[in-house]
Write a protein that binds this ligand. Structure first.
Ligand code: DHE
Length: 580
């Protein structure tokens, strides 16, 4: 295995081809714009499967059969709703409500969908992605009122809620010999499952069925319970103390969701879980033992800046504070962070912070006091002081579309503690000072910009014991680039143009078929090895490559036919203790 040393990569995000996007995941739609960030728009596939009726007809409405309307609705949710909104009122994309589509008329819409536009609308027709009939039906669909998907309130939640093993029937002590704190929960995206893999032996301990297109795992403060959420908004709660860890409760909190978290403040460990939905726009606080839904809160409301009503602001990242009995809830389209005080569930107190629109993901600084979160379509990082419940800064990252995951905390030789994010739209990595006491001049400023492999990066990672900062380039169109990671040496970051090492992980995994992509590094508990997913199409071989953090050499490759589309990995200790 060879390591190559490169200086600044010149391959800044090139165009992402349609085929590259399709290789990512089977249910991912064709890319909408022409770069990696455009390709990373939500696909609301679960909502698209809901059976809908044609809304009340008005004079002059185009004619559509119910099945044409249903098919167009499915296409709309898969390909368009992520940008244009469930109700077509616009999000990062333009509004497509009938007051706008009707004056333009059928021919205009049909041609627009067929040929696209230089402003980013793809040529769905001439590219062959939609047939002539589909385009025709889609143009008629857009002239009709949108079908409003159903709400999902307490009745629906309770109907979907199942306690599989009641708390009194669960073990009173750990019944297995698994080193739980060094266990990894691995998302098997297209299989709708997670794999629990032992951090020392690399053995798959068990595979557990979860929600559709399963997304992330989070772990209760004690480390006993694992919570997994699928895109269909199904939350599965897994007891890691059972002889073979398995589900003890489940619930569906909406029709589309991406985030789940648990209460971590002292005295409230394992007490509550929370899940946020894209549709309906809401979050729900649940009992931490059973997932019983306790409080549902809608996020509909005014945008933070123009203070116009937004009917469907999605819940993006949620974080459990270590400083207060609070959850921090990112409300995407209105640009607000809700700090939800759960100490009195009968009198939920919410501090609503004006942040920035299009909030997405983020994580804590190394002291766990500050939450740094990306408003990715606005190119900014918002910093919240979780101790004072205050916004302390909004920082431009000077890159295109920051996407930190939870970010990476490192101790910079010049600037002290800094937090890092990479970008979807270019090869830059922004380092932000996070130490207002020790390094006040650099706190909440972008102190350095690094240049990594290329655009299309999704995640950065480091560990308190590591001298390395790892940067992936998952969505880069170039196979060699998306199949590698860049590694910076932290003690060399003081140099004028720090070099990075390239680890060709796909090559190391020895996978020849498909265009597997390297995604999301995750350290083991000790911080001496980092695992990367080699994410291939569902019918092709995938793997996990384990890298020795000291030598940057390959330590092990986990291959197993059950490892279908592995993506996120969540080490129990690092996730519950917010070590990253
Ligand atoms: Fe994610 C985190 C939303 C696509 C892998 N993703 C998140 C979070 C949100 C989000 C809001 C933060 C959750 C939190 O912290 O509470 N993700 C979305 C989308 O809307 C998007 C862009 C499109 C969609 O239709 O879902 C999307 N995400 C993906 C993928 O395609 C990825 C790469 C592969 C997969 O498994 O689906 C992916 N997202 C992840 C991972 C995390 C994540 C691994 C957690 C990172 C972490 O370190 O915490």
């Amino acid at each position: 295995m060879s390591l190559s040393i490169l200086t600044r990569s010149v391959a800044v995000s090139a165009l992402l081809s349609l085929s590259a996007t399709l290789a990512l995941a089977q249910d991912k739609p064709a890319d909408h714009g022409d770069d990696a960030s455009a390709a990373y728009q939500p696909s609301l596939t679960t909502l698209g499967q809901i059976q809908v009726e044609i809304p009340g007809r008005k004079p002059g409405d185009p004619v559509m059969t119910p099945s044409e309307y249903q098919d167009s609705n499915t296409i709309y949710f898969q390909r368009c709703a992520g940008c244009h909104g469930v109700l077509r009122k616009g999000a990062t994309g333009k509004a497509l409500t009938t007051d706008i589509t009707r004056p333009n008329g059928f021919e205009y819409l049909r041609d627009f969908i067929t040929y696209g536009s230089p402003a980013g609308m793809p040529n769905w027709g001439t590219s062959g992605d939609m047939t002539e009939e589909q385009v025709d039906a889609m143009a008629r669909y857009l002239l009709l009122e949108p079908a409003v998907p159903p709400e999902w309130g307490m009745a629906e939640m309770r109907d979907s809620w199942k306690v599989i093993v009641a708390p009194e029937d669960r073990p009173t002590e750990k019944m297995n010999d698994i080193d739980i704190d060094n266990l990894f929960s691995v998302t098997l995206r297209d299989a709708g499952e997670i794999a629990l893999i032992d951090g020392a032996s690399y053995e798959i301990k068990t595979i557990i069925e979860t929600g559709y297109a399963v997304h992330i795992s989070r772990i209760s403060a004690s480390g006993r319970y694992l919570f997994v959420i699928g895109r269909d908004a199904k939350v599965v709660m897994i007891d890691l103390w059972m002889e073979t860890p398995g589900p003890v409760a489940e619930i569906k909190v909406g029709s589309e969701a991406r985030s789940v978290e648990t209460s971590k403040f002292k005295g409230y460990e394992d007490k509550y879980a929370i899940a946020g939905a894209y549709w309906p726009p809401q979050f729900v606080i649940m009992d931490g033992d059973t997932l019983e839904p306790l409080r549902i809160k809608s996020t509909r409301g005014m945008t933070y800046d123009e203070q116009d009503f937004h009917p469907e602001p999605r819940v993006a990242a949620i974080l459990g504070s270590h400083y207060k009995p609070e959850f921090l809830v990112n409300v995407k389209e209105t640009g607000k962070i809700m700090m939800v005080d759960y100490s009195d569930m009968d009198a939920l107190k919410i501090t609503e912070i004006n942040a920035e629109r299009f909030l997405h993901d983020g994580g804590l600084d190394s002291t766990q006091r500050y939450f740094l979160t990306a408003a990715n379509a606005r190119g900014k990082i918002v910093v919240i002081d979780t101790k004072e419940s205050k916004k302390v800064a909004v920082i431009e990252t000077e890159g295109e579309t920051p996407h930190p995951g939870r970010g990476a905390n490192i101790n910079h030789p010049t600037y002290g503690p800094v937090w890092a994010t990479s970008h979807l739209g270019d090869d830059t990595v922004a380092l932000i000072g996070t130490d207002p006491e020790g390094n006040p001049d650099h706190a909440w400023k972008m102190v350095q910009q690094l240049y990594a492999l290329g655009g299309g990066s999704l995640f950065v990672k480091s560990h308190p014991t590591s001298n390395h900062l790892y940067v992936d380039a998952t969505l880069n169109p170039d196979a060699e680039t998306s199949g590698s990671v860049a590694v910076f040496k932290i003690d060399e970051l003081g140099q004028e143009e720090p070099e990075y090492t390239v680890l060709p992980l796909v090559e190391w995994a020895g996978i020849a078929e498909g265009q597997p992509r390297v995604v999301q590094g995750e350290f083991n508990q000790a911080g001496n090895e980092i695992w990367f997913s080699i994410w291939n199409a569902a019918d092709l071989e995938s793997a996990i490559v384990v890298v020795d953090d000291k030598t940057l050499e390959m330590k092990h490759v986990i291959k197993d036919e059950r490892l279908v589309t592995p993506t996120g990995k969540f080490n129990v200790f690092n996730t519950r203790a917010d070590v990253y």
